[in-house]
Design a protein around this ligand. Sequence first.
Ligand SMILES: *[C@@H]1O[C@H](CO)[C@@H](O)[C@H](O)[C@H]1NC(C)=O
Ligand SMILES: *[C@@H]1O[C@H](CO)[C@@H](O)[C@H](O)[C@H]1NC(C)=O
Ligand SMILES: *[C@@H]1O[C@H](CO)[C@@H](O)[C@H](O)[C@H]1NC(C)=O
Ligand SMILES: *[C@@H]1O[C@H](CO)[C@@H](O)[C@H](O)[C@H]1NC(C)=O
Length: 351
Amino acid sequence: MHPSTIATGLAFISAVTAHLHPEPQTHINYTVVPGVFLQDDPSTNASAFDFIASNFGLINRTYPTDSSCPDRKHATQWQRLAHYISSLNSQCRSNERYALLFLGRHGEGYHNAAESYYGTPAWNCFYSELDGNSTVTWADAHLTAPGITQAQTVNKFWSHLLKDEKTTPPESFYTSPLWRCLQTIQLTFTDLNLPKKNPFIPIVKEFFREGISAHTCDRRSTKSQIRAGFPSYRFENGFQEHDPYWMALRAETPTDQDIRSKKVLDDVFESDDSTYISVTAHSGEIASLLRVLGHREFRLATGAALPVLVKATTLKGDEPPTATQPYATVTTCATPPTIKASSCNDCSCCK
Ligand SMILES: *[C@@H]1O[C@H](CO)[C@@H](O)[C@H](O)[C@H]1NC(C)=O
Ligand SMILES: *[C@@H]1O[C@H](CO)[C@@H](O)[C@H](O)[C@H]1NC(C)=O
Ligand SMILES: *[C@@H]1O[C@H](CO)[C@@H](O)[C@H](O)[C@H]1NC(C)=O
Ligand SMILES: *[C@@H]1O[C@H](CO)[C@@H](O)[C@H](O)[C@H]1NC(C)=O
C-alpha cells in the first residue's frame, strides 16, 4: 500500500464534505467550555486522577441557568448540567452548538501486556512488528482478562451514573475499528437502562483508530470479521473490507493523525445532531482528539474515560490549510535488544 493512500482518503472525504456544503465554504472550530470538569483544570494531576471516585470529574458548582432548572431543589449536579447545556443550545447563535463528548480508552489488550512483559525498547524495536509469540496474539489485540474487568467496572459506573446521578446517557456511540475498542464499548454499555429512542448501536469509524504505527496491533481486521464478531454494529459509509491504511514498517505522522482526527470529528458533527456523544478509542487517538478540541493534554490509563464539554462554531471560509505528510519509515532490530532503558526507542541499541 502506497503512502499516498491516506492523502487520497482524506481528499475523498473533503470532496464529500464540499458537496454537502455548497459555496460559501465553512469550517468547524472547536473549543472546550472550561470550569465544568476537573480534567481540563491545569491543576488536576492526570496520572493520579480517579474518574470513577470523582463523579467523572464533574465539578460541584452552580450554573447561571439553575433557577430555571425543573425541580431544582432535588436536581442532581448532572441534571443541572443537562439543563445548562440545553439552555446553551437554545440560546446560542445559529452557527454554534454545544455537545458533551465521553471519550473512553479501551481496557488492557494483549499488546499492552506484551509491552510491559518485554519492556518498551524490545517491544518497539522487535516484538511489536510480529503478530504475537507462541502463546498469545497481539495483532489487532483482544482484551486481556484484566482489560475485560476494567470495561466491566466502567459499565457498573455507568449504571450508577444513570440510576443515582441522573446523568444523561450518550445518544450516539462511536468506536474505533480495532478489536479492543469493539469489545470495550460492548462491555461498557451492555445491559444499561438506556432510553428506547437512543439504543446502544455503535457506529464503527475508521478515523477513530489508533495512530498508525508499524505495530501489528494497529492493523485492523476485515469488515467481514468485525461484522461476524459484532453483528449489531453499524459501519460508517465507505468503510472498506480490507484495512487501507496500515503498512508494514511505515508509520503515520502525528500531523497526519491530527488532520484525520479533525476530519472524523467534523464528520460526526455534520452528520449527527446528538448532544451526548460517546467515542471509544485509544490513548494516542484520544490525545490527538484533545489537541483538535483545544483541551489540555490528559493521558488516560487503560479503561479510563473523560468527558469534554465542547463548543463547536461553524465559521465562514476555508479550513486553515493543512498538508498531509508521507508515512515515515520505521527502523527495527533483527533480534530483540537486551537493553531495557527507554533511550533505546529509536532502536539504536540493536545488537
Ligand atoms: C501526579 O501523580 C503521580 C501518581 O500518583 C505522582 O507520581 C506525581 O508526583 C504527581 N505529580 C504532581 C505534579 O503532583
Ligand atoms: C461534590 O459534593 C459531594 C457531596 O455533596 C461530594 O461527595 C463530592 O466528592 C464532591 N465532588 C467533587 C468533585 O468535589
Ligand atoms: C508471550 O507474551 C506474553 C505477554 O503478553 C507472556 O506472558 C508470555 O509468557 C509470552 N510467551 C512466551 C512463550 O514467551
Ligand atoms: C478556534 O479554537 C481554538 C481552540 O481550540 C481557539 O484558540 C481559537 O481562538 C478559535 N478560533 C476562532 C476563530 O474562533
